[in-house]
Design a protein around this ligand. Structure first.
Ligand code: UD1
Ligand code: CA
Length: 483
């Protein structure tokens, strides 16, 4: 049932383009995880399992032809992956994988599509290449149903692929619970990925029954249904069985996560990044790192973090959703979220950069400096023990140890402006809103409540008084008492 959809020039003998829909089954609860969260939203490799499957689907078909079946906690799932632009189909009651496809009938039938590819929303390692191979094989074989299979050493728990006398065509898929002892010995398993002839799927799907140990409609039973109707059912084997691993249990999820992270490290190593002890690092799938950057053990790079070339990220640093330029040094124990760092900057050890921190080229932030929503200009330094929040700090500014921007009056946040070349003495408190003028000095331990003009010196502290001999007199008085 291959229909020509492209109306290209008649002289070119290109194979006819077929209209393909991709359906992702993601409505199940995931009972075996013992979790209050839906299975497909559990994260592996730093993002929801379903997000990986959608990313793969988008390499095969445009978002408008991708249909995600949601049911358990449908709104949460929709919210988590809605940004991908895919369609959602609600399976209000989850009555099995066959039932999941039944509810797609309205969205997909009516000759819009020639082929329906079905992916399991809980198997994130599947590659676009394998899905395309499945689809092309299905087309080439002129099959009604093609399933992806794999030979596993331990096939326990999976559906088994039954063929008559080792023939190419598949007779049926039998689930673990329904299988005979003889059938359980079959090592070829059903991976949970299929290609169907679209019209045939919707014509025959009502023949599924719930006569099985779970009382569910099994999509896998379509193999037997088509076989009995003398329609062609074939299987194609994956070259890499780890691709089809699902996430039914926490143990399986942990293994998927390890696979994804190791693959990520491998890709970075190949792209010229040095990673020492990669199995101690946690690097999310979408992270980018430039060549000749060195990542030390026990580093976490999370979310959409992007790191330039020739950087060094030292141990125990946790960097999330941040962008670092080239030649940045991040010393041990630095924590950073949603921040930006210019080339050649030096951070840490133990710097805490909260969202909205923007550090200019060659700037330094040292130990126990906390920042939030600040701009720190080129070459400026805050090397020790400071809190800098809601501040705009110019270039070449020196911020002494213990400086605090008092940005919060208990109700509202206010801004501190420190202009280029200013020098803030140690242990100063800058009570916002306040501006420290260009090139000015703030004396150590000042409490600054009024703006400081350009090139001025501001002193905001009590004058020191000295009582000569006071300590000696105190000691002598004590001695007298003790006698
Ligand atoms: C399924 C196959 C099994 C195969 C295995 C591969 C069936 C009956 N069995 O078993 O042959 O070896 O995958 O991993 O299909 N889902 C829905 N709606 C439902 C039920 C499930 O959308 O009503 C979704 C789930 O969220 C999940 C996917 O379908 O993403 C597969 O369901 P699951 O229960 O994990 O099937 P398995 O027991 O793994
Ligand atoms: Ca599964």
């Amino acid at each position: 049932m291959v229909k020509a959809k492209n109306t290209g020039s008649k002289s070119s003998p290109k194979p006819p383009r077929i209209a393909i829909a991709v359906v992702i089954m993601a409505a199940g609860k995931g009972t075996r995880l013992k979790s209050k969260h839906p299975k497909v939203l559990h994260e592996v490799g730093g993002k929801p399992i379903l997000a990986h499957v959608i990313a793969t689907a988008k390499k095969v078909a445009p978002a408008q032809d991708i249909f995600v079946i949601i049911g358990h906690e449908a709104e949460r799932v929709r919210e988590a992956v809605g940004g991908t632009g895919v369609n959602f189909v609600l399976q209000a009651e989850q009555r099995g994988t066959g039932h999941a496809l039944m509810v797609t009938r309205d969205a997909l039938s009516g000759n819009r599509y020639d082929q329906v590819i079905v992916l399991s929303g809980d198997a994130p390692l599947i590659t676009a290449e394998t899905v395309k191979r499945l689809s092309d094989f299905h087309t080439a074989q002129k099959a009604t149903m093609t399933l992806l299979s794999a030979d596993l050493d331990n096939p326990y728990g999976y559906g088994r692929v039954l063929r008559k006398g080792g023939r190419a065509e598949v007779q049926a898929i039998v689930e673990e619970k329904s299988a005979t002892a003889q059938q359980r010995k079959v090592r070829e398993i059903n991976a949970g990925f299929y290609a169907f002839d679209a019209p045939a799927l919707y014509e025959y799907i009502d023949r599924l029954s719930t006569a099985n140990p779970h009382g569910e409609y099994y999509l896998t039973d379509m193999a037997g249904v088509f076989h009995r109707a003398r329609k062609k059912v074939v299987a194609i084997k994956t070259e890499d069985p780890s691709e089809v691993l699902g996430s039914n249990t926490r143990m399986e999820m942990m293994m998927l996560d390890a696979c994804l992270r190791l693959a990520k490290c491998r890709a970075l190593l190949e792209a010229g990044v040095t990673i020492f002890y990669p199995h101690t690092c946690v690097i999310d799938s979408d992270v980018e790192v430039g060549a000749d950057t060195v990542i030390e053990p026990f580093v976490q790079l999370l979310g959409h973090t992007k790191i330039g070339e020739d950087c060094r990220i030292r141990s125990y640093s946790v960097i999330g959703n941040s962008v670092l330029g080239d030649r940045v040094t991040v010393k041990p124990g630095t924590v950073m979220e949603a921040s930006r760092v210019g080339a050649g900057a030096v951070l840490g050890p133990y710097t805490h950069m909260r969202p909205g921190s923007e550090v200019g080229e060659g700037a330094h932030l040292g130990n126990f400096v906390e920042t939030k929503k600040i701009k720190l200009g080129k070459g400026s330094k805050a090397n020790h023990l400071s809190y800098l929040g809601d501040a705009e700090i110019g270039e070449g500014v020196n911020i002494g140890a213990g400086t605090i921007t008092c940005n919060y009056d208990g109700v509202n946040k206010h801004k501190t402006v420190i202009e280029d070349g200013a020098f803030i003495g140690s242990d100063s408190t800058l009570v916002a809103p306040v501006t420290i003028g260009r090139g000015s000095y703030v004396a150590a331990a000042s409490c600054i409540t009024d703006d400081v003009p350009e090139d001025a010196l501001a002193l905001g502290r009590a004058r020191q008084s000295v009582k000569e001999g006071w300590a000696r007199e105190k000691r002598e008085a004590q001695k007298e008492k003790d006698r």
